[in-house]
Structure formats: C-alpha cells, structure tokens
Design a protein around this ligand. Structure first.
Ligand code: RM4
Ligand code: MN
Ligand code: MN
Length: 430
C-alpha cells in the first residue's frame, strides 16, 4: 500500500468530519423512524455492497482522436493494483479488480496474485481481448475473431479465451467475460447467420473448458467499432446464446451498449426472470458507449435498475447473483477520483432502492394508482442517503469523504518520480 494512505491520514480526515456526519445520520434516522424504515439494517446493507473496478479504468482513457496522459499513471498491472487499493481503502466498496488480457499479462501471474493479496484485493471476472492485434500474433482480428470466416483465426481467438481461463485460475477468478468487436460496416459484408453459427461453435468450445464453478458472461454491444452490424448486438441475441450454451452462460448488461432511450431496467427484469443475468458494466452515457462516470447523466435510470435488483434480492429470486463492475473511460478527470465517485454513485442507487416499500408499491400497482406508484419510487430516489453512505464508510474504516481525503494526500505528485510518463498506453480506450 502506498505509504501516504496510512490509517492516520484517514483517521485525521474522519476526525474533522465525524460530528457533522453523526448529526446528519441522526436526523435521517429520525425521519426514517417516522416512515418505519430501519436505518441500521440499511447501513449494514450499504457496508456489504461491493462493485469491482476494471484494471484498465485506472489508466487515463482516450478517444480515437487523442489521448492526454495524466500525472503518474500506472504503467502496469502492479501499479494499477496500487491505485485500485486506494480506491478500496477510501471507499470500502471495491475489494475486487477485473483484469483484461493480454493488457494485464505478465510472465508470472502468481506475483500479481501475491500483490493483490498484500493489498487486500481479489479478482473479479476475467475479460478477454480479441478486438485488437497483439505483437507477433499469427492471424489478424481486422475482420473478426470468434466469428472470423477463417477457421485458424477463430481457433486463435478461442485459444486466447482458454488462456484467460488459465490466468483466472491463478488469480482466483470465477468467471470469464467475453465481448467481441466482430461485426460489419457494410450491408452484405457479413452473413448474419453464418457469423452467429461460428460464434456459437467457438463459444461452445470455450464453455467446454470452464471449470465447474465458473460462469461465462456474454457482453453485447450494438455498434462500435463495427457500425452496420455487430454479431452480438443486443440482449436478445446475448440471452439466446446464453440459453444455447447452458447453465453456466449468462448475459451481461453494459449500460452504454444499447440503443438510445432503451428501457434498460426492463431488460434487467427480463434477464432476472429467466435466470440469465450475469451482472453489469456500470457507466453512463448521453449518446452511445460514452463510458462516462456512473450516475453522471442518468442517475434515475441507475436507480430504476437497482429498483429491479433490490426487488429480486428481496423476493429471493432463483439464480440471482449479479456481478457488479464499473466500465468507464476517464479522459478529463483523475481516474482514481472518478472510480471512487462512481462506485459510491452505484452504491447510492442501491441504498435508495432499499428505501422502496415493496408492499406499498404493490398496493399502488394492484389498484392501478399510477401516480402514487411513480411518486413512491421518486421519493426513494429523492432521499439524500449521503449520511448512510458516509456512516458505512466510517464503520468499515474508509474515509467519510474519499475525494477530499484523497486530494489532501497529493498522491499523484508524491509518486510522480516513481512513475514517469508513458507514451501511448494501449489499455486506455474502452
Ligand atoms: C468495450 C466493452 C468491454 C470492454 C472494452 C474495453 O466497449 O465495454 O467490456 O472490455 O470496451
Ligand atoms: Mn463493457
Ligand atoms: Mn463499452
């Protein structure tokens, strides 16, 4: 752990804010008491909440126009883990890191595992990358990977996914997330049916190598880098493939991968109902796969997604075990700050969704009271649960205000010499 984040620094920060937080928490607990809401159990649930950080998210992102490196960026997986540890230390909600291969490949992955252990981190889903060529690779992915018309290229892409499973075993992960960039830019360029058949046959082979206690997550995306069609374009194709593959295959929802204005919370409900929800890549967007910070554009949508998740959690929906991860690109902010802010934003949506009185909502629905049903959800969303989140962090050893605490430590400036600037940086663009 980088030394500047000593318990002392956090304690000192918390001492200066503690009284205000306790005051606000008491006021909120009195309000909740009037509404018969038990603030203690909600605080406990907030403490248990967790969301994985993507290893590539701690690097500065980029667009297809430019990439503007930040100060003291992590240069490799070891340094990325250090940044991830700070995020977790201050927010106490991100104990897991989701790695991306080959971006995070090193000769001896057991060193990565040891480093993570030492930092109190573990590994979430392994992400495979067959959307760009690596040096020395035999076959190019220019025209696709798992669905390429050429069998040898498909075989190479399958082999990479099998390698990812092996990497995951060393790291202690339990799932593989597959997103392919395969698709077409011109009508007629690709045969939709053949491409999906190839996909299924490639995925069957990967699926066959999954350890018994592993799951495979299928991530769909409507466009980009292919702009006319993608092979796994939407949740319909994703869930059909998951059903074809078997019980260990699930459909993953990246919030930015849908057509504008799609009702994502409804997709979530459907996937839960058919026991096929893998989990999420949280981010936010205005236009497409913008990869903006979670909750920065459509916080109500994020709340409505959690309204479905909490509903499923509370009714004990069968097979419900979603994996939460952030998947963002940070171009104008310090990635550590953005990831902390986003993790807390997602945690906030979860806590707000816990405030919904399910019986009351059901009564409104059964009596066709559209207005009060909507108002009930709105009032949960409009409740400022900041004191609960702050108290949860205080109780679990985090910082009351992670951003202020982080800024007070001058982390980047202090490590700038140890981390000289890197040129390019392949893992920036998500
Ligand atoms: C994609 C997708 C994947 C991520 C890559 C980097 O758009 O969201 O989840 O692995 O970007
Ligand atoms: Mn994603
Ligand atoms: Mn994406």
């Amino acid at each position: 752990m980088p030394k500047i984040f000593t318990a002392n620094l956090i304690d000192e920060h918390n001492r200066s804010q503690r009284i205000a937080v306790e005051d606000d928490y008491d006021a909120l607990s009195r309000k909740f008491a009037r509404q018969n809401i038990d603030i203690a159990s909600i605080t406990k649930a907030a403490e248990k909440f967790s969301i994985a950080v993507p290893s590539w998210g701690v690097g500065t992102g980029g667009t297809r126009f430019a990439r503007f490196p930040g100060l003291a960026e992590p240069r490799n997986i070891m340094e990325k883990l250090e940044d991830c540890a700070i995020i977790n230390q201050l927010t106490c909600v991100t104990p897991e890191v989701s790695p991306h291969f080959p971006w995070d490949k090193v000769d001896d992955l057991s060193e990565v595992k040891d480093k993570a252990d030492a930092l109190g981190l573990s590994f979430a889903s392994i992400n495979s990358n067959t959307f760009q060529d690596q040096q020395g690779q035999d076959h190019s992915y220019k025209y696709g990977s798992l669905t390429h018309v050429d069998k040898e290229t498909r075989t190479q892409a399958i082999a990479h996914n099998l390698d990812c499973i092996e990497y995951g075993k060393i790291l202690g992960a339990k799932s593989l997330t597959v997103w392919i960039a395969d698709g077409s830019n011109f009508p007629g360029q690709s045969n939709f049916t053949h491409a999906l058949e190839s996909y299924l046959s490639s995925m069957r082979e990967i699926y066959g190598h999954l350890p018994d206690d592993w799951r495979i997550f299928i991530e769909h995306k409507m466009f980009e880098p292919a702009f006319y069609s993608t092979v796994i374009q939407d949740w319909g194709t994703s869930v059909l493939c998951a059903q074809e593959l078997g019980d260990k295959a699930y459909s993953l929802v990246d919030l930015g991968h849908h057509a504008p204005n799609v009702n994502i919370e409804m997709i979530v409900a459907r996937l839960i109902q058919f026991k096929k929800l893998a989990g999420f890549h949280f981010n936010d967007s205005k236009y497409g796969d913008d990869d903006l910070d979670s909750g920065s554009i459509h916080p109500y949508q994020q709340f409505l997604v959690f309204n479905e998740l909490v509903d499923a959690e509370q009714r004990g929906a069968e097979g419900f075990d979603p994996a939460y991860m952030l998947d963002q690109s940070h171009n104008v902010t310090d990635p550590i700050e953005s990831l902390m802010n986003s993790a807390m934003s997602v945690q906030r949506s979860y806590v707000q969704a816990l405030l919904v009185n399910r019986d009351k909502l059901k009564d409104y629905q059964m009596s066709n009271d559209a207005l009060l049903a909507s108002n009930h959800l709105k009032s949960a969303f409009e409740t400022d649960v900041s004191p609960i989140l702050a108290m949860a962090r205080l109780n679990t050893g985090g910082a009351i205000d992670p951003i202020t605490c982080y800024r007070s430590a001058n982390y980047r400036q202090n490590i700038a010499n140890a981390r000289p600037a890197i040129a390019g940086g392949g893992s920036g663009i998500v």
